[in-house]
Design a protein around this ligand. Structure first.
Ligand SMILES: Nc1ncnc2c1ncn2[C@@H]1O[C@H](COP(=O)(O)OP(=O)(O)O)[C@@H](O)[C@H]1O
Ligand SMILES: [Mg+2]
Length: 380
């Protein structure tokens, strides 16, 4: 941790196993996960279903007791195995926004909002409660509905209420587990923008869980990519997309062509030379340290929008540069703003996002180029 970063949460080597079936090996739903949540940031746990996101979040909340590791929150240790320390959920400085919002149907909007001030960790008294709740409802655009039953709110309004209520508990960190997954796509996109702008406006720290990579990229300052109980990569969204450190990350986030590599060598001027079925490919991005750029295996990774393609005249054989090769168009889909091509070269399908005006049809040969500056070598 650097001197100028204040972390709201520090998680070190967190592990959680569930009771195992007799005779089988212990399996860990969370298997040595470490990451920080800096104060004021929006951090997302992203990964496929079953990779351990919810379990991690529930351990942070104290709803689940981890098997090993340590959790610090606001500078205090709230969980530590050797120290035998376990702070109860209600004594941790968090607020959880559940998937179903957890709005109380038998209460008014105002009473829902005021709930954490009447029953929570930072209990208050008297008139102050009503005033603070009304101020908050005003800020999330629900003041006019304060006296309605909570069930009279739309889905989007319920989400705002859940957010307002969580903030009124004065949490150090807001924990959100797939809060948008029950909504249709259009509303989801709208509410995720709203969620992000509220988070910035209130300067609250958020730890968010989703399996939706677009949501994670759009919302987060930092994304923790998880796979099978461990962390694959922790980075800012742009960095994750442009510099994935594993084939798993490249494939899970956005679309990626992953071309198997036969063998690799380091290029003296920098970069990696990878021999593949389609030809020799120069990669100026790599997940592998300089000294280890020899051997076999791994993948060349290139995003569809970074593959260059040009048509050829059917009569003559095209002149090829070193980094170009010939492929045959297998499918060509016009998508309005672009052409989505699958080109097969040496039996390897390559997905290409080309400009809409590029005239080419299935069966035609095209020249394909991987730009070394946007092409990565990923070890397997
Ligand atoms: N209460 C439980 N008992 C046993 N296994 C569980 C329990 N909860 C989760 N698991 C297992 O732990 C793994 C991680 O689950 P979870 O954290 O819910 O994943 P995610 O939220 O990423 O979809 C899964 O294999 C799941 O089956
Ligand atoms: Mg989950």
């Amino acid at each position: 941790m650097s001197m100028d970063t204040v972390n709201s949460i520090v998680i070190t080597e967190l592990r959680k196993s569930y009771d195992r079936v007799a005779g089988s090996e212990t399996t860990y739903a969370v298997d040595g996960v470490s990451f920080d949540v800096p104060k004021g940031q929006f951090v997302t746990l992203l990964g496929p279903s079953g990779c351990g996101k919810t379990t991690t979040l529930r351990c942070v909340a104290g709803l689940e007791r981890a098997t090993g590791g340590r959790i610090e929150m606001g500078g205090q240790v709230v969980f530590d195995v050797p120290q035998k320390r376990f702070v109860r959920p209600e004594d941790r400085p968090i607020a959880m926004v559940p998937q179903s919002y957890g709005i109380w149907p038998h209460m008014t909007v105002l009473d829902n909002a005021a709930f954490p001030m009447r029953h929570g960790r930072n209990r208050r008294r008297g008139q102050d409660i009503r005033k603070r709740a009304m101020d908050m409802l005003d800020q999330v655009g629900l003041a006019a509905m304060a006296d309605r039953w909570a069930t009279q709110l739309s889905g989007g309004q319920q989400q705002r209420l859940a957010f307002a209520r969580a903030l009124l508990g004065d949490p150090e960190v807001l924990l959100l587990d797939e809060p948008l997954s029950n909504l249709d796509a259009k509303l989801r996109a709208k509410l995720r923008q709203e969620l992000r702008s509220f988070q910035e406006q209130f300067g609250v720290t958020a730890l968010y869980v989703t399996h939706d990579q677009a949501e994670a990229l759009a919302l987060s300052d930092t994304v923790v990519v998880m796979n099978q109980g461990h962390v694959e990569q922790i980075d800012r969204p742009e960095q994750l997309y442009d510099h994935p450190r594993s084939a798993f990350v490249a494939d899970f986030i956005g679309n990626a062509n992953l071309i198997p590599v036969q063998d690799v060598s380091a290029r003296r001027e920098g970069g990696v030379i990878a021999k593949t079925g389609v030809g020799t490919v120069l990669c100026l991005r790599s997940s592998v340290e300089e000294d280890h750029r020899t051997g076999s295996g791994g993948f060349v990774c290139v995003r569809p929008e970074n593959v260059e393609v040009r048509t050829t005249s059917q009569q003559e054989t095209p002149m090829l540069e070193d980094d170009e090769f010939i492929g045959t168009v297998e499918t060509s889909e016009f998508l309005g703003d672009r052409l989505e091509l699958v080109v097969r070269a040496a039996d390897i399908p390559i997905t290409i996002s080309a400009r809409a005006g590029l005239g080419c049809r299935p069966g035609e040969d095209v020249v394909v180029r991987f730009d070394p500056t946007t092409t990565s070598y990923l070890a397997s």
